[in-house]
Write a protein that binds this ligand. Structure first.
Ligand SMILES: *Cc1c(COP(=O)(O)O)cnc(C)c1O
Length: 221
């Protein structure tokens, strides 16, 4: 069930209280209405995550301009041009082709787009992203070639499991990938990891950004 508006504000305040300094909250508003985003905004939240291009564009048009929209889902190449004018950060860059296309479209739009490279460490095959080695190869290849993109770091997800050893191992692997990335791009310091069910583990492993949906807005179904 969707959380009430008071509950949304309460949760935003709660996260402001519990997240350590240096850990940003991305409020994942996918599938929730613009009114729920407006409520979180009124409580002071400015960074929101969406996983569908059309939904991001519609909400961006309806909501205040100082919101930073982060795209966190699998991005189809034919949707890149649509979201570029609205998006601050694309967290889910999972192919070289997508990276090149974002650069082209951002250049064309006269914008800088921030990106995170998505690393796949979870057990599920269905999750997307580069392997750690691929990610580093791509970063090395494009480090000095991108014109309108700034690579800010990595994004990843742990396996969806109750096994906290596995979750911790996954976050450790994402953090290790970040450390290797910083040898190539010292400024790429962001580590986006941790969701409603596992963010405390993510923070313990060095997350600089957590992506919380259900715990703020309620369930999406
Ligand atoms: C939906 C989603 C989240 C938020 O998950 P919750 O469990 O609802 O907090 C975080 N990251 C990604 C990539 C998502 O798709």
């Amino acid at each position: 069930m969707q959380n009430s508006m008071q509950e949304v504000s309460r949760q935003i305040s709660k996260y402001r209280g519990i997240l350590p300094q240096g850990v940003q909250l991305v409020a994942v508003s996918k599938f929730h209405p613009a009114e729920a985003v407006a409520e979180a905004y009124a409580a002071g939240q400015r960074i929101f995550g969406e996983s569908r291009a059309d939904e991001l564009v519609a909400k961006a048009a309806a909501l205040p301009d100082d919101i930073k929209w982060h795209f966190i889902g699998h991005l189809q190449t034919n949707k890149v041009r649509r979201i570029i004018p609205h998006v601050d950060t694309i967290q889910s860059v999972d192919s070289e082709r997508l990276l090149r296309l974002i650069d082209e479209e951002a250049l064309r739009a006269g914008r800088t787009t921030y990106v995170l490279l998505q690393v796949h460490v979870a057990a599920e095959e269905s999750k997307t992203g580069f392997t750690p080695d691929e990610l580093l190869q791509v970063a090395a290849r494009y480090a000095h070639e991108l014109r309108a993109i700034r690579i800010k770091g990595v994004m990843g997800m742990a396996t969806n499991t109750d096994d906290s050893d596995r979750i911790n191992a996954d976050f450790q692997a994402i953090a290790a990938t970040s450390q290797r990335l910083r040898q190539i791009l010292p400024e790429a310091t962001e580590i986006s990891m941790g969701m409603s069910g596992d963010f405390m583990h993510a923070i313990a492993h060095g997350a600089t950004m957590v992506r919380i949906g259900t715990d703020i807005f309620g369930s999406r179904y």
